[in-house]
Design a protein. Structure first.
Length: 525
């Protein structure tokens, strides 16, 4: 279940702990209980800083394969609010290790402003996060909520392995992960970063924050503030820092959409990589320079100052001044906008084939979109599901020919071009069919299926700058050949702009160009 290399890693990581922790089991019987006990025992045997006694039981835990993480502060046990229901292997092993380290006194990964904000939450928040151990996006949500629990005694988070709790999955009609429930009710579905989690909480509970006097030091005036940390934003940050400027980067997460990408085969000089590894390298490269990084944070709005500079107002309540701004907020998955889509997200409508594909094992599904993303999704799903129908609006597929050739070799992938999706239907709370129109004949068709994966491109993240800078009819930021917007001192780069061809290589080049243009602007002032 757990190999020696992982156990050796636990032993090494535990050296960073400043206080011990204890695993405490729930009561009862389950076919996986012995496996969980063996799993926890082997981890505890790596160091005297991790304690586990299978005879110590907490009847309040939700199941026989649930356990909680207890911290020890000044030799007194302290409940962390972190519970795992299931055996956190696969991608969730990292969530367990971080929970151990952070409960053991290691530094949290959240921005200082976010930490102060979470500590002010004044309502009981009980999260349940349903995951798949093969989901690469789930740990990000689990780890964020675990840190919330460590920061605030009124918050708890239970990771639930959906594969071991099928009755709960069926009862809650879950067909996509991560699926987050708050105080027993659906709260969020799919990958949601820390900044958006906090935004949803503030929206749901307008009186969530306790009033306290804020004694935080304000960030001094910056030369450049980069908003966004995908390939364009990272390139812009590195280039401006190399010029000796005071640089701050504000981002939901390092990597942006790239972090969710599986195989990347067209990054020049790198024959094959993936989004996780590339994002990790972004972090390493940024760390080489004097860049103030405010990760897991979002910008509420941008204002102007009397000195003709700009003020950046964050969702944490922090505000600072900057002489120039580079907008590199990228894009997010575009939705179809048809009846049945929004209300069935997580109930058969999905956007990540890798994360949600296992929910449709042996079933018929459809992928909407015949571009690279759509055909790649179809290839990923073909090994899991019974049959994949790819619906493409245009009269021909838009994906690279090499991908089309691979897909056509699969006997369970079918392509329908000239198909306009009209509606996604559901029965008993789950997707049951899709309705599409043959654009050449006008004839309507309905096909029975269990899932719809939407892969129709991206929409720019420009909501917070509408009315502030010029946008085109697609919502992209209008820029010139130097990445300048219509506002003095405001630049933009990458997928959020009017630059054609949304590619990693192009975004990196545009980020570098925006940085040089910003430097040129600042030295001319």
């Amino acid at each position: 279940m757990i190999d020696q290399n992982l156990l050796d890693a636990v032993k090494t990581y535990s050296e960073n702990m400043t206080r011990p922790i204890t695993f405490v089991l729930g009561s009862g019987e389950h076919s996986k209980r012995a496996e969980l006990i063996d799993f926890l025992s082997k981890i505890a045997d790596t160091t005297d800083k991790i304690n586990f006694d299978e005879q110590v039981i907490d009847d309040s835990l939700p199941s026989a394969i649930s356990f909680k993480v207890v911290s020890h502060i000044d030799d007194e046990p302290a409940d962390t609010g972190i519970v795992f229901s299931g055996i956190p292997g696969g991608h969730e092993f990292t969530s367990l290790i971080l929970a151990i380290l952070q409960a053991g006194g290691h530094t949290l990964k959240l921005d200082e402003g976010i930490q102060k904000l979470v500590k002010r939450f004044n309502k009981p928040l009980q999260f349940q996060t349903y995951v798949s151990l093969s989901c690469h996006s789930c740990p990000e949500v689990v780890q964020a909520l675990n840190q919330f629990a460590l920061l605030n005694d009124g918050i708890s988070n239970e990771m639930i392995d959906g594969a071991l709790f099928q009755e709960q999955v069926e009862a809650n009609k879950i067909q996509g992960v991560p699926a987050v429930f708050l105080n027993g009710k659906p709260f969020a579905n799919g990958l949601i970063d820390t900044a958006k989690l906090i935004g949803k909480l503030q929206e749901q509970f307008p009186d969530l924050l306790a009033d306290v006097e804020d004694d935080a030091e304000q960030l001094e005036q910056q030369d450049v503030t980069i908003i966004g940390a995908g390939p364009a934003g990272v390139a812009a940050a590195i280039y401006t820092a190399r010029k000796g400027l005071k640089v701050t980067m504000v981002a939901d997460r390092i990597g942006g959409q790239v972090k969710d990408t599986q195989d990347i085969e067209n990054l020049i000089s790198v024959p094959l990589t993936n989004g996780t590894d590339l994002s990790t390298n972004f972090v390493k490269h940024l760390a080489e320079y004097n860049i103030t990084l405010k990760e897991h944070v979002s910008v509420k709005d941008i204002g102007e100052t009397e000195e003709e500079n700009y003020s950046i107002n964050l969702n944490t309540g922090e505000t600072f001044e900057t002489r120039s701004i580079i907008l590199a907020t990228g894009a997010q998955w575009r939705k179809l906008g048809v009846p049945g889509e929004e209300e069935n997200i997580g109930k058969g409508v999905a956007f990540c084939a890798h994360c949600d594909g296992p929910f449709f094992k042996g079933k018929d599904i459809s992928v909407i979109g015949g571009g690279n993303s759509g055909v790649e999704a179809a290839l990923d799903l073909a090994g899991i599901v019974k049959h994949v129908t790819v619906l493409e609006f245009a009269d021909e597929l838009k994906a690279d020919q090499v991908l089309i050739n691979k897909a056509k070799e699969k006997s369970n992938i079918e392509f329908i071009t000239g198909a306009a999706t009209q509606e996604i239907k559901a029965t008993d709370g789950k997707v049951s069919s899709i309705v599409y129109q043959d654009r050449s004949t006008g004839e309507m068709h309905e096909r029975d299926l269990s899932g719809v994966f939407v892969q129709i491109g991206l929409v720019p993240n420009t909501e917070f700058v509408k009315g502030f800078v010029d946008l085109n009819r697609f919502g992209e930021i209008e820029i010139d050949e130097r990445c300048r917007t219509d506002r003095k001192g405001i630049f933009a780069c990458g997928d959020v702009t009017t630059v054609p061809f949304k590619q990693i290589n192009i975004a990196m080049g545009e980020g570098s160009k925006a940085a040089l243009a910003a430097f040129e602007y600042l030295v001319m002032q």
